[in-house]
Write a protein that binds this ligand. Structure first.
Ligand code: C5P
Length: 308
C-alpha cells in the first residue's frame, strides 16, 4: 500500500540538517457523527495532503534554538508555546538522555488557525525529524500516541508527513485508514485573512450526530473524486459561517473560476477548490489574487496514491 517513497521523508545533508515539508492538510470532507464524554467530537473525514506547506529544518546544535520566519511568522509564538517546541519537549521528557540540543527553524507559509493543520503539521514534522536525529527508533503507533497528546490532528499529520497519502480519519482523528487509490488533485487554497478558533467552531455546532461519511471507493480520475465529494459535507461549515460570514462569498468566487468542487477545510476559514488540471488551478489563483491581493491564495496539488 505504502510503496511510495515520499520526498517528505527526512533527508540528511552533510551538515546533518533534516529538512521537511510540513504539508497543508486538507479535509476534503468532514462529517461530525457524535461527541465523546470528554467533549471531543467524533469525526469521519477524508483528508489529503498538499504539495505546499511550511518548511522545517532541524539540526544538532550546542544549545537549543528556535526561529520562525516566513509570511505568517508574526502570527505564531516563537517560544515554548509553539506546537513545534511542545513536540520537542514531549519527546525530550520521554527520552531525556537521548535528546541533545537542537536548532529548529520553521518557515511559516501557512496561515494560522485556518483549518489546514499548519501547527499540527509542523509538530508532526518536528516529531519525525527528532525521532531520526536523536535515533529514538519510535514506530508510527508510538509517534501517534505522543502526537495525540499534543492535538487530535497530529496522528493524521504524522501519516501525511511519512507517506503523503490521502486517508480517512475517524474517532477524534486518531483512527486512520489510507485510501487505496486516489489521483492527484489540482487545488487552490484561499483564505481572506480570517482565523477561526477550532474550539469555538465546535461549540457553535447546532447538531452533533450527522450521518457518516460514505465509504470512499478506489478513485482513478479527478471526476470520480468530485462526484463522490458532491455527496459529502463539511459539517463544521454552518458553524464557521456564523463566526466568519465572509466564507460564503469566498466559495461563490471559487464557483466563478470554474472549480469542479469547493468546500471549507477543517474548521475553516481556509477554503479549497478542485480543478480539472493544474493550468486551470493556476488561472483561478491568478484571478483571486488580482481581485484580492491581500488574501492567502495558493495553487498546488494533493499527493496521490498512484505515485511511485
Ligand atoms: O486536539 P486539538 O487541540 O487540536 O483540538 C482543539 C479543540 O478542538 C479541542 O479542545 C476541542 O474543543 C475541539 N475538537 C473537538 N473534536 C475533535 C477535535 C477538536 O471537539 N475531534
Amino acid at each position: 500500500m505504502n510503496r511510495h517513497i515520499s520526498p517528505l521523508l527526512p533527508r540528511l545533508s552533510a551538515r546533518e540538517t533534516i529538512s521537511l515539508l510540513a504539508p497543508a492538510k486538507i479535509n476534503l470532507a468532514l462529517h461530525v457523527t457524535g461527541r465523546r464524554d470528554d467533549g471531543y467530537h467524533l469525526l469521519e473525514s477524508l483528508v489529503a495532503f498538499a504539495a505546499f506547506g511550511d518548511q522545517i529544518d532541524v539540526s544538532p546544535a550546542r544549545q537549543d534554538h528556535f526561529a520562525v520566519t516566513g509570511p505568517f511568522a508574526y502570527a505564531v509564538p516563537a517560544d515554548g508555546a509553539n506546537l513545534v517546541m511542545r513536540a520537542r519537549d514531549a519527546l525530550r521528557t520521554r527520552f531525556p538522555s537521548r535528546a541533545r540540543p537542537v536548532d529548529i527553524r520553521l518557515e511559516k507559509k501557512l496561515p494560522i488557525a485556518s483549518g489546514i493543520g499548519g501547527g499540527s503539521s509542523d509538530a508532526a514534522a518536528a516529531l519525525i525529524a527528532l525521532n531520526r536525529l536523536w535515533a529514538l527508533d519510535l514506530d508510527m503507533p508510538a509517534l501517534c500516541e505522543i502526537g495525540l497528546s499534543l492535538g487530535a490532528d497530529l496522528p493524521m499529520c504524522l501519516h501525511g508527513q511519512q507517506t503523503g497519502l490521502p486517508l480517512v480519519a475517524r474517532g477524534i482523528g486518531e483512527a486512520l485508514d489510507p485510501v487505496s487509490r486516489f489521483p492527484s488533485l489540482p487545488i487552490v487554497l484561499a483564505n481572506d485573512g480570517t482565523g477561526l478558533s477550532t474550539p469555538q467552531v465546535f461549540q457553535a455546532l447546532l447538531r452533533r450526530d450527522h450521518p457518516p461519511l460514505p465509504s470512499p471507493p478506489a478513485f482513478s480520475v479527478i471526476e470520480e473524486v468530485c462526484a463522490y465529494l458532491q455527496g459529502t459535507r463539511n459539517d463544521l461549515y454552518a458553524a464557521s459561517l456564523t463566526l466568519a460570514p465572509g466564507l460564503a462569498g469566498l466559495l461563490d468566487l471559487f464557483v466563478q473560476t470554474g472549480a469542479r468542487f469547493t468546500q471549507m477545510s477543517g474548521s475553516g476559514a481556509t477554503c479549497f477548490a478542485v480543478f480539472g488540471d493544474n493550468a486551470a488551478a493556476a488561472r483561478a489563483a491568478a484571478f483571486l489574487r488580482a481581485r484580492h491581493p491581500q488574501w492567502f491564495v495558493v495553487a498546488t496539488e494533493t499527493r496521490s496514491t498512484s505515485e511511485s
